[in-house]
Design a protein around this ligand. Structure first.
Ligand code: DNO
Length: 397
């Protein structure tokens, strides 16, 4: 039993082609219908057209990433009832087309945050990077969020002030842009006023309220998914702690336990992202994979390297703070027990070789991910061969 190897594809406008993904050795594709706004129904014909495109390239549409949960649903305000109804309709249409795993997240406003998406590695490749001081500069000086200073220590504030004063206008502009790349529709330029308004929408929603809203969402959606034979897979917060005064509730082992217990069902599961959970030193990644084995419906394998100041960069897949050998070994045990393959994608990759200079989605170049996938595939092969005294099939067809 080996992991079902996939890569994310952003659709026909992605400069990484389906044939590239196939040549990387993937059996499946992870994609979404980005043309529909959160809250809208994904019509069955559109789902079918996407599925057929992927199948014509010799792969399957293994996982939806993401079927986005609208801000109104996360807040339980405004049009949330209509959006929930539409969410259920989209699930029906996806199930009717044979898609089985649905990834989503419950992060308010921003899906992921990095301060630099071209952080040079010693070998000249470029990585995604989160620098805490730069992020504080963004929060206090560029966004000018009311009350932001209160979230940081005096030492952190002083470091941010110094950093801000030394930055050129161009550096400030690029930091502002980078920090907002995880906003839906991030190809547009956002103004501080627009972002502050979105943050303001969460006034009165603290951690307990957001968790309650997540559980209500699960109570409504998990039974629908279960009936349709679907598996919902929630992606953790990235980074895994509160940011910009917004609560976050899928950051730790106990967060995941709570949401699984809130609505126990085979349809209520996890997208286990080793990179997102791994950016917190108190998350023991191999131990979490062991504990959540039966609830992991999708794996993002990625590594981060943290430092003592709260900065982290995305390391090579087999390098960094997470023991990827221990993770993959655990995944093999889980697959043997469950008698099924778990879908996996190499998450992100460094921009390198011919991809340097190309404009791609941050982290989603072809060659960096190809390298990550090849290393992970070899790791799995080696562990399998030594643990089970047998070799797994190498080819996907
Ligand atoms: C970033 C991704 C996230 C992820 C969503 C899932 O690279 O890991 O955007 O797709 O959070 O809902």
């Amino acid at each position: 039993m080996r992991m079902h190897q996939t890569m994310r594809w952003y659709g026909p406008s992605d400069i990484v082609r389906l044939s590239d993904i196939r040549q990387a050795g993937c059996a499946g594709v992870v994609t979404a219908l980005h043309q529909f706004a959160p809250g809208e129904v994904w019509p069955r014909e559109a789902v079918r057209a996407r599925r057929e495109l992927i199948e014509a390239a010799g792969m399957d549409w293994t996982v939806v990433e993401s079927l986005p949960v609208s801000e109104d649903i996360k807040k339980r305000r405004g049009a949330y009832r209509e959006h929930l109804h539409n969410y259920a309709r989209s699930l029906e249409n996806l199930a009717a087309e044979g898609i089985r795993v649905i990834t989503y997240n419950f992060m308010p406003v921003l899906d992921w945050i990095r301060t630099d998406v071209s952080y040079p590695m010693p070998d000249g490749s470029l990585a995604l990077y989160f620098n805490r001081t730069d992020f504080i500069v963004f929060d206090i000086y560029l966004l000018q969020r009311p009350g932001a200073s209160g979230d940081y220590t005096g030492v952190e504030q002083a470091a941010a002030k110094l950093r801000f004063e030394k930055m050129t206008a161009e550096q400030r502009e690029s930091l502002f842009r980078n920090c907002l790349l995880g906003l839906p529709g991030s190809t547009e330029a956002f103004t501080p006023a627009q972002v502050l308004e979105a943050l303001d929408g969460y006034k009165g929603i603290d951690e307990a309220a957001l968790r309650k809203n997540l559980f209500s969402f699960l109570e409504e959606i998990v039974p629908v998914a279960e009936k349709l034979g679907l598996r919902m897979a929630i992606h953790p917060d990235d980074p895994p702690y509160p940011v910009l005064g917004l609560p976050r509730v899928v950051s730790t082992e106990s967060d995941a336990v709570a949401l699984l217990q809130a609505v126990p069902s085979p349809a209520n599961g996890l997208c286990f992202c080793t990179g997102s959970y791994g950016a917190r030193p108190d998350n023991n990644i191999p131990a979490m994979v062991h504990r959540f084995g039966d609830h992991i419906h999708f794996l993002h394998l990625r590594n981060t390297m943290r430092d003592k100041d709260g900065n982290f960069h995305e390391a090579d897949h087999l390098d960094g703070d997470t023991d990827m050998y221990a993770v993959v070994k655990e995944v093999l045990v889980i697959q043997q027990r469950r008698k099924e393959s778990i879908p996996m994608r190499p998450d992100h990759g460094h921009q390198m070789l011919d991809d340097l200079g190309k404009k791609t989605f941050p982290g989603y170049t072809a060659i960096g991910r190809l390298r990550g996938l090849a290393e992970l595939r070899g790791l799995e092969y080696g562990i399998f061969a030594s643990q089970y005294n047998a070799t797994p099939p190498v080819s996907i067809s």
